[in-house]
Design a protein around this ligand. Structure first.
Ligand code: FHN
Length: 418
């Protein structure tokens, strides 16, 4: 087992996490890019700073919701691209402790989620629209990129890197054990050593030797010899990669799909396009069937509360996980070909069949004749009888080999496992 495998063992076991995007942008409620998209001035954005009170923020409630949903780890935005810090950084005044909230919101998050036995991750944006030494003009990820005045503004990018590295050190020194460092994001030439990424990762690992880091500092995590800063897991976003994620030698590497519950990461009051629990569960099964994780995002509102739509989906997800979690936790890809009616996940010699869509008649399990000792419905333990249907022989040559069917409890027409 190499160092990355040792570090990510718990991550591959736990499979399901909660992503939380929360900050000043939750007040305009038009998504976390609102300052960039609307080219807001700092003065305008500071009106949100002056009123941000986190009056209904109770991370114990968030943590209980995550636990009930079966989410085993969480990742909170400690600083997004707008540069606003939810933690009591000594390196800036642009922080929650200087707002009417007057609290270290990260401290409370870490304590509350740890108390529920949930692994703690911190998201940190290397992009910073607020810092005077972060490049603006021409930078595609900056509010004033089209501002001619910004073109001639002298910046000291090394001073920004000292700030950025210093804040990461604060986060990994002052809040106890941190399990995930989730950086966001490299782009164009702003990648890798532009962030002094090797120095940054060495510092991180010197403080938190067991931490896992995403791959968004840059480099190529799939390479034969990835850069030291290439990360411990690949982080596809809003997609589930068709074949999972493998390295250049075809070996599966840790990956996690981060997906929004509606269409926005940060709170967007107009966005009622929430995914159903069924869509979320299918996405989770899809990820695990390809050796991946799902990081499901919620965007709390300006006061610090998760929307009732989010909580409804999380509750339904949790009930499914309560009955079927054995087919997710500690599971991964099966060598069996993907069945036409759904997905397989597997843990050792236990095969879990997730029935997504079924046509008429029984569902077939190809290539398993004589290989199944027993079959049970996962939700209630009901025995399913293994049968070789009369047509099996007749069709075996045209169906890709021998197959069996399961009889017994009427399999629901979706989302069940045996
Ligand atoms: O720009 C961010 C975005 O706001 C959000 O935080 C996502 C989450 O993975 N990451 C970046 C877009 O890739």
């Amino acid at each position: 087992m190499n160092a990355r495998e040792a570090r990510t063992h718990w991550f591959l076991r736990d499979r399901l996490g909660m992503f939380i995007h929360w900050g000043l942008y939750s007040i305009p409620a038009r998504g976390e890019w609102v300052r960039g998209n609307e080219r807001m001035s700092k003065e305008h954005y500071m009106t949100y700073f002056d009123e941000f009170d986190a009056s209904r923020y109770d991370p114990k409630v968030w943590a209980k919701a995550a636990k009930a949903a079966g989410q085993k780890y969480a990742v909170l935005t400690t600083k997004h691209h707008d540069g606003f810090c939810l933690f009591d950084s000594k390196l800036t005044d642009f922080k929650a402790t200087n707002t009417p909230a007057g609290r270290d919101l990260v401290r409370e998050y870490v304590d509350a989620f740890r108390a529920e036995g949930i692994a703690v991750g911190l998201y940190y944006s290397v992009i910073d629209w607020d810092h005077e030494d972060y490049p603006g003009y021409g930078d595609k990820a900056h509010p004033d990129r089209d501002n001619e005045a910004a073109k001639d503004k002298p910046i000291d990018f090394d001073r920004y890197l000292t700030y950025m590295h210093g804040q990461v050190k604060e986060l990994l020194t002052n809040y106890g054990q941190i399990d995930i460092m989730w950086f966001d994001f490299s782009y164009d030439n702003m990648t890798g050593e532009k962030w002094k990424a090797t120095e940054l990762v060495r510092m991180i690992r010197s403080i938190q030797p067991n931490i896992i880091i995403d791959n968004r500092l840059g480099g190529n995590i799939r390479a034969e010899e990835p850069e030291e800063y290439a990360g411990d897991f690949f982080s596809p976003e809003q997609i589930i990669p068709p074949g999972g994620i493998v390295d250049v030698n075809g070996h599966s590497i840790p990956w996690e799909a981060c997906i929004t519950l509606n269409d926005n990461w940060g709170y967007c009051s107009e966005d009622k396009n929430y995914k159903s629990a069924k869509q979320v569960i299918r996405s989770l099964v899809e990820c695990v069937s390809k050796n991946g994780n799902l990081l499901l995002n919620v965007g709390p509102d300006a006061k610090g509360e998760m929307t009732c739509e989010s909580l409804n989906v999380l509750n339904e997800l949790g009930e499914w996980m309560r009955l079927n979690g054995d087919s997710i936790y500690g599971c991964g890809h099966s060598q069996l070909a993907k069945p036409e009616w759904g997905r397989y996940t597997q843990k050792g010699n236990k095969l879990y069949a997730h029935v997504f869509d079924r046509g008429i008649g029984p569902i077939y399990f190809q290539g398993l004749k004589g290989k199944i000792k027993k079959a049970r419905l996962l939700r209630d333990g009901t025995e399913l009888k293994i049968e070789v249907p009369w047509m099996a022989e007749e069709y075996s040559d045209i169906s890709g080999g021998a197959f069996i069917t399961l009889k017994g409890a009427e399999l629901p027409d979706e989302m069940d496992t045996v």
